[in-house]
Design a protein around this ligand. Structure first.
Ligand SMILES: C[S@@+](CC[C@H](N)C(=O)[O-])C[C@H]1O[C@@H](n2cnc3c(N)ncnc32)[C@H](O)[C@@H]1O
Length: 214
């Protein structure tokens, strides 16, 4: 199957990219915004908690939270290549038996995925056209802390993403990225019973942690 015939994520999140991300993680640890999300979750407390890491890529968040005392993790990723890389790294770090791996689109799998204390989507909503079902299904599976990293909703990021999508179209890569409305996302998460606990911004990204009320 050529890249153009494959589902969009097969082109984008393939074995080569997963191998590169795994090498970067082994050499340098989590990316800066991933580190910021992990640190915010650690400050809120992860000891003996369960984790659901959606679109976790090579597994930085699940691995770092398990290292810090989280009890168990479920890792759901639509890319089999990324999940294989995360599995390889979990084995190398000796935590395979504490992680359950599920391949597939989380929105489809959600009814079969157990709820967790901590749910994370690190740079995932920007890979998905339908923000509402993804955020709703994932927040509904969250019992305590809900962490996200997504691009800032501003003209600069929108311009960059439109340009990237334009060139993907030229190269017949069906993958597209998205800058969703942060106000809509925030309103949806609050309506599902969460309050904002932490927010930091970089030039491009926003890192947020919500906490379930009560
Ligand atoms: C840009 S990568 C981010 C990986 C990692 N979280 C990080 O920040 O390094 C997006 C990841 O989300 C996954 N993904 C995107 N949409 C998804 C969905 N609906 N369900 C599950 N995984 C998804 C992709 O396969 C990919 O591994």
């Amino acid at each position: 199957m050529s890249c153009c015939d494959a589902p969009a994520w097969v082109c984008q999140f393939d074995r080569k990219r997963a191998a590169g991300d795994l090498r970067d993680y082994r050499e340098d640890g989590p990316a800066a915004t991933t580190r910021a999300l992990i640190d915010a979750l650690l400050r809120a407390g992860v000891e003996q908690r369960t984790v659901l890491d959606i679109g976790g890529g090579v597994g930085a968040i699940q691995l770092e939270l398990l290292k810090a005392g989280a009890r168990a993790a479920t890792s759901v990723d639509v890319s089999a290549a990324y999940l294989a890389a995360a599995g390889e790294e979990a084995a190398r770090q000796g935590v395979s038996e504490r992680i359950t791996f599920q391949v597939g689109d989380f929105v489809d799998l959600a009814p079969r995925i157990p709820a967790a204390d901590i749910v994370t989507l690190d740079r995932v909503v920007c890979c998905y056209a339908r923000m509402e079902p993804l955020v709703k299904a994932s927040a509904e599976r969250c019992q305590r802390l809900y962490g996200l990293v997504y691009p800032r909703d501003q003209w600069l990021t929108r311009t960059v993403v439109h340009t990237q999508n334009f060139f993907r179209g030229l190269w017949r890569n069906p993958f597209r990225s998205f800058v969703h409305s942060v106000a809509a996302m925030d309103a949806l998460i609050r309506s599902l019973g969460f309050t904002l606990r932490h927010k930091v911004r970089t030039f491009v990204w926003e890192v947020v942690v919500y906490q379930r009320r009560g």
